[in-house]
Design a protein around this ligand. Sequence first.
Ligand code: FCB
Length: 491
Amino acid sequence: MYTIGGQLSSIIKMPVGLRTSLAIILFVSMGAGCASTHKTIKEAAPQEFIFPKDFLWGAATSSHQVEGNNTNNDWWEWEQTRLPEARSGLACDQWDRFENDFKLAQSLGHTAHRFSIEWSRIEPQEGQWDSSAVDHYAQVIRSLRSKGIEPIVTLHHFTLPLWLARQGGWYSQKAPELFARYVEKVTKVLGGDVHYWMTLNEPVVYTYKGYMVGDWPPGIKSPKEAIQVFKNLLLGHVLAYERIKEAYIKKGWEEPRVGIAQSVLIFRACSDTSLRDRIAARFRHWMFNHLFVQALIRGRAYCIGLFNVHLPKAKTLDFIGLNYYTRDFVLHHGYGFPGILGQACTATVEQNRHTGKDNFLSWEIYPKGLHTFLIDFSRYKLPLLVSENGLATNDDAERVSFIVEHLKAVGQGMEEGAFVIGYLYWSLLDNYEWAEGFVPRFGLIEVDHATQERKVRESARMFGEIIRSGKLRIEQRGRESAALRGNYFEN
Ligand code: FCB
């Protein structure tokens, strides 16, 4: 299984004597998901929700998953030895086919497109810059703009140049500054045409998969190293944020919005009657969903016995990207670290606590969770962007209802006061899905990876119709249901 929850069984035990203190700080320092018992839900009544005119509608991709032949990064190297059945190869050949792909996106009504820049192409060797790669991305951005599509640019989406990976990647103390230097190079050239930057994609997932459970590069299983990587990613973001802002001020460009893409998963206790399961779910919720964002807003992060991080600057987020897919169930697994994060409780899932259908990757389809997070993250008083939400399926009709149900959740959240600036479906194309290879089909557009032929799916057309009409029928519960804010464990 591929979800974070699915990986939990492989966590190694490393208790550090945190038991009671951790349990106490859960309720004191997390500040996340504190349950309110007050509920007032009005009778549901359907109404038409009208999305704002400037709402960002579109899809998301990432360089390694669509460009093809990204031979100079750590993922490519990993695939050659570890994933004989799941190599990215030519991926969707988007390096050469972006123009055609963006024409399709335009024809489907998209007004925004999220893609990532491949660091290993920009800086193929340490300190050596490939201006033709920067020019390529300048063309990508121009192509989008010429079609009325707003580019939303991610600067790090899981892959690292090989030269940096060889020096320890994000574990190296040099990584934050090296990242900031790359970001500065890129923004100085591309900045004039970009209003939305996302420095990091899912930093917590990246840390967890690469340094805790070790099933993504660099394949390390060390909670101690994971904490260091986590700190370096925080610092890397802050430095990059500052460089971007400085570059824009120097050039006199209109101030851009800088954010990250935060993965959010609903974590529900395996058994609601088990306090221990509820503590594990709550800790996991705090660490995986909120900690990184909170740290950037407050300029510090603290967890007794684990870390005490002070960043050079607070408030380095102008918006928050939320990547939402599913819900996981969590079972108590000790009070040390990482045991406190719990583990997946497949037994409970087998007892049918999943209310939704599962997707191709066994992720539960759970639209309500998106509404929960839009309300939950409203606490930060920043614009929210649904930067990823999508379904891997071979049944396109499922994708249609997936999109409609999740957009209803968005409309409902906005109706209740969440400030949402856009919705980006994952993904525009059937992409290379990391360790799962090309088997899961997420695309609005079908890709035959042997011929690179594209076929627009019905779900893409239906999504296009919603975009064009700009409205959707939703259940109205009224503003009172905002009282549900934080009632996260009822999910
Ligand atoms: C997200 C990743 C993205 C893609 C989707 C399915 O966690 O950001 O690259 O793999 O999951």
